[in-house]
Each structure stands twice: as C-alpha cells, then as structure tokens.
Design a protein around this ligand. Structure first.
Ligand SMILES: Cc1cc2nc3c(=O)[nH]c(=O)nc-3n(C[C@H](O)[C@H](O)[C@H](O)COP(=O)(O)OP(=O)(O)OC[C@H]3O[C@@H](n4cnc5c(N)ncnc54)[C@H](O)[C@@H]3O)c2cc1C
Length: 540
C-alpha cells in the first residue's frame, strides 16, 4: 500500500510527457541555487541518460544569489561579483549571458570606457546581457573613507592623523620580526597588518560578521577569504601597476573589474533554470526536504513538506546543496552514529538581514575623481568599520547596474547588511522596527538624512554564512561519514559547509556530475574544491 501511494505521488508530480523514463537514472537535486542548478543543467546538457528533478524549499530561483524585486527596483542579497579564476565557469556565465557589446547608459553618459565585446548585445535594448563593472569599495571609519584594502597613500595618513599613523607603522614593523603562531584569525591578521591596523580595520568588522571576536575564530577563514592579502601583497600590487608588469598575479581581494548581469545575479540563475527546463529538467518549488531515508550506504528517497502535504520522492542518485546540519539531522531509516550527528548538529552558521533603502540623496559626498550618475559616491559597497553601529556593509545598487533601479538618475537604492543569528532580538524585530533601527544607524554615521527616505524593504536570509568554529574542526570526520553513502553528493556552500562563492559552488557541481557520468567512485575531487591556500587570478 505504501509503495502504491509513493508511486501515485511520483507520477502525479514528475512524469514528463513524451519522455520514456524506463531506462533513465533518476537524479534528485536538493536546492535551486547556483550549485543545484549547475548540477541539473550539466547532467542534461549532452545526454538523455538522466531524469532530473530539483526540489527547492522556497518559491524562488538562485538561493542566496537571487535578485529580489521590490516596487520596481531590484535588490541583490549581498552584492554578487561574477568573477572566477576558473575559465570553465567564466565561459559558462558568458554563454548564458553574453558580454555587453555596447555601453550601458551610465558609462555612455559619463564617458567611461569598458572592454566591450565586439558584436555583443546592447544593454539598453536587450536584457540577457552581462555588464562589465568596475570594483570600487572602501572602508568607512571615523566618518571618513579609506581604501579597501588599506593603501599606503597620502589620504590614508591624513585621515588617520599623525599619531595613529606612527603607531600603525611601528606595529607593522614589529610583525616583520615577530610572527605569532596562526592559531586564530586574530593572529592571522596581526601577522599581515600589525596589531594597530588590525584593531582599526579588521577586528570590529570580523566580530560584527561572525558574532565572535577573531581570537575565537579559526585562521582558516582568513586563509579562505583574504587569501595572500597583506601589506606586502598590497605594495607589490601597487608596484606592478606602476611598472605595468604583465600577467601580474592579483590576489582575490584586489580584483578590480567584474561581471554583473543587467538585472542582478538572480537573472543569470533564472536563465539557467529556464535552460534546464528546456532540456526536460523539473523544478519543484515549495518542496522542503525534511527526511532523507538511508539504507545500506545509500540514500533511497527524500521526504518533503509541500503545500499539498508530505511527499516522498525516490531516486537513484541524490545531489544535496541543503545545509549539512539539516541533511544529517534528517537521516532516517538507520541510526546516525552519535559522533557524526554531534558534529553535524554543532556546525555553526551566521544569519543575515538586508534592508533595501530608496533615498533621494546620500549625505556622503563623492570626493573621488570617479564620475557617477548624480555624482553619488562611486562605491559598489562600503565596509562600515564604525564601532558604534551594528551595520556591516552598505551596497549601492546604482553602481552595480543602473538597470537595478527604476529611476537611477534621481534616486539612490542601497542595501544595508546586518549579520545576526536567526531568532535573536534583531532577527525577531518586525520589518517596521528593524527598518527604523537601520535608518537611525545610517543617520548616526552621517550617511543619510531620514527625510530623504522614499521606500524600504527588509529581507531575512537564514544560514547565509557557514562558520568555521565549534565542531567545524572535526569536519573531516563528518565528510568521511558522508562519503560512505555511494549515491549522495554534497555540493555548494552550505552543502559542503564551506565559504564557497558562486564559482566554487558551480565547480563542486561540475565535479559531482563528472563523477556521476564517468562512474568515478571517489568524492575527494568534489570536497577539494576551494581548499587551496593560494588563490590568484590566472587570467583577467
Ligand atoms: C552577503 C553575501 C555576498 C556574497 N557575494 C558573493 C560574490 O560577490 N560573488 C560570489 O561568487 N559569491 C558571493 N556570495 C556567495 C554566494 O551567494 C553563494 O556562494 C552561492 O549562492 C551558493 O550557492 P549554493 O547553490 O551552494 O547555495 P544557496 O545559494 O544557499 O542555494 C541553496 C538552495 O537550497 C535551498 N534549500 C536549502 N535547504 C533546503 C531543503 N531542506 N529542501 C529544499 N531546498 C533547500 C535553498 O532555499 C536555496 O535555494 C555571497 C554570499 C553572501 C551571503
């Protein structure tokens, strides 16, 4: 009877008209974010051996890389640069969304030059266009702007003042001679910047981000995030620019140009979902995978909560981009050994909220030489280092793509990023309360005047950041356990509990699909993505 029910559910939801499924392997993918969509598309693009179904909890496409549409304006959850050192990823992106062949209207108006692609689409006429944007991002501290990463120029020292500059210099020189053991993120930063600069530019921001002081955080995060970045790296980047050194290595944090879809990151993932569906793939939205039935080192089926009740979906192969914590907690059918359950349940996350604020004008002035529409500050995003506010970063969507706004020449559309924990007092505030809180903070640090606010919207994002503390140190044991399930592939950011960007998440999907297609048994190549210590741009 149970079997019959299952069969009816599957046929009701997933039978694909005109497609003979008998000999196909059925692949169930959890999550329609970059990793899940890439895996689905790669499985179907050159073979009809698979029937692929993506189960997505939300009603949206793109996971945390989605674009939110609100009252005619578009909001990026975080500000997603499309950049990868992996040519395959860059090729994949530009095939989906061709590089602009004509200027965007802001570049045209301001006379900004871009390396346009001959024959590429005109963003003023077509939608499926990848824009080339300049990265400008600075630190806001002491109500002044500093370069990110801090650079050795006159303005920096003028902003800091003589006393702070001397202190910073002395403490940096000290680190040349005395290195700390890199047992924490704090020591990682101090070794590269000195204690004083660390205190000014890293300590408070990192604490805002993770909710813990850097002394309690693993140095791995620094190795992942600011790979190779240090005063030495900054200086050598400046020198190689001065001497116009060809093929210079560029550390991840210093990349100055990136691609961005005309309507934000979600546009690319929506396009990919359409391509996936054209190939016969199915996406079931509003399907939350709760239980994962396991037996004899295999996943047999998943059980989902849906708007139409609980559904069980069987499959031959399972690709998961859902958080590892939820995945292992959902294992049913066999008892998960206590030690692995403990690791999975102890994995920490940082949650995130962002407020989109539409304003008539900003109070901070553009004192740079960079021209912008309405002469607003040229930053794509600003790190807020002011210690007396909770605000972490400000995104300025006008500078990501002018097409994100209904009236980019009249208004400024900004995103205010807050790091928090699901269920804490900030998370639990009503939209109205939280928006008021955010406006108060922005006024306090002199960024806006509340009388200029036109519209606002708040988004909550669960598990935005997989964190590297608590049971993360035992992650290898959990990986070994997960690898015992032959037909289960863990991909993506939370799917691997790794600080993966979109490109890394895609590469984990490429690797998983390669293993499935070629019947490769090891999973090592999938887990090895984004683990190298040195990360530099191989090609521009
Ligand atoms: C603030 C911020 C800024 C960022 N900036 C950049 C950037 O500039 N460049 C860059 O490349 N990357 C950036 N990233 C990282 C990027 O967002 C992620 O790497 C990428 O979205 C990860 O893709 P994913 O598919 O692995 O996971 P996700 O995007 O998290 O997608 C997972 C999907 O699975 C679904 N799901 C989860 N649980 C279940 C379940 N139980 N059942 C069914 N479905 C489920 C979710 O709803 C989601 O749609 C940024 C991230 C943040 C938070």
């Amino acid at each position: 009877m149970k079997l019959l029910t299952k069969k009816i559910i599957i046929q009701e939801n997933f039978s694909i008209k005109g497609v003979k499924k008998m000999n196909k392997e059925k692949v169930i993918i959890i999550g329609a974010g970059p990793a899940g969509l890439t895996a689905g598309y790669e499985l179907l693009k050159d073979t009809n051996k698979y029937e692929v179904i993506i189960l997505e909890e939300s009603q949206e496409i793109g996971g945390i890389s989605k674009t939110v549409k609100y009252n005619g304006n578009r909001m990026d959850i975080g500000g997603h640069r499309f950049f990868s050192k992996d040519k395959k990823v860059m090729d994949f992106w530009k095939e989906l969304m061709p590089i602009q062949g004509e200027n965007s209207f802001d570049d045209e108006k301001l006379g900004r030059k871009k390396p346009l692609k001959h024959g590429g689409p005109n963003p003023n006429e077509e939608n499926r266009v990848m824009l080339i944007r300049n990265r400008v991002s600075r630190i806001y501290y002491l109500k002044k702007f500093f370069d990110y990463p801090v650079s050795m120029k006159k303005e920096t020292f003028l902003n800091l003042g003589l006393v702070r500059t001397i202190k910073a210099g002395c403490s940096y020189i000290k680190t040349i001679f005395i290195k700390k053991e890199e047992t924490s993120l704090e020591n990682f930063y101090i070794n590269r910047f000195g204690k004083v600069l660390y205190g000014m530019f890293f300590e408070k921001y990192t604490e805002k981000l993770w909710g813990r002081p850097p002394s309690q955080i693993s140095a791995d995060w620094g190795a992942q995030r600011v790979k190779g970045l240090s005063i030495k790296a900054v200086i050598s980047d400046i020198l190689s620019k001065v001497f116009k050194k060809k093929n210079r290595k560029v550390e991840t944090s210093l990349i100055e140009e990136f691609w961005y879809p005309k309507y934000g990151p979600g546009q690319l993932w929506e396009n990919l979902s359409q391509e996936f569906e054209k190939l016969g793939g199915k996406i079931k939205k509003g399907y939350t995978v709760k239980n994962i039935n396991i037996k004899d080192n295999k996943v047999i089926s998943v059980e989902c909560i849906t708007g139409e009740g609980k559904k069980e979906i069987v499959g031959d192969i399972f690709i998961s981009s859902m958080p590892i914590k939820d995945l292992v907690e959902g294992f049913k059918g066999e008892t998960v050994p206590k030690e692995y359950l403990e690791i999975a349940l102890g994995l920490p996350y940082r949650d995130f909220m962002t407020v989109g604020l539409l304003v008539k004008k900003l109070e901070i002035e553009n004192k740079t030489k960079i021209k912008t529409l309405g002469n607003i500050v040229p930053d794509c995003w600003i790190y807020v280092q002011e210690p007396d506010v909770k605000l972490g970063r400000i995104q300025i969507f006008n500078n990501w793509s002018p097409y994100m706004l209904e009236n980019p020449e009249e208004n400024v559309w900004i995103g205010l990023e807050y790091f928090c924990n699901e269920g804490d007092s900030y998370w639990n505030m009503s939209d109205e309360e939280f928006i008021k809180f955010a406006i108060d903070e922005l006024e306090k640090i002199g960024v806006i005047n509340r009388k200029n606010v036109l519209d606002a919207h708040r988004e909550r994002v669960k598990k935005a950041y997989p964190a590297y503390f608590d049971t993360y140190s035992r992650m290898d044991e959990l990986i070994n356990y997960l690898n015992t399930f032959d037909n289960l592939y863990c991909v993506g950011r939370n799917g691997q509990h790794r600080y993966n960007n979109m490109d890394h998440s895609m590469v984990t999907a490429f690797e998983a699909v390669k293993n499935i297609k070629k019947n490769i048994k090891t999973k090592e190549n999938i887990w090895n993505v984004n683990t190298e210590k040195e990360y530099h741009e191989a090609k521009g």
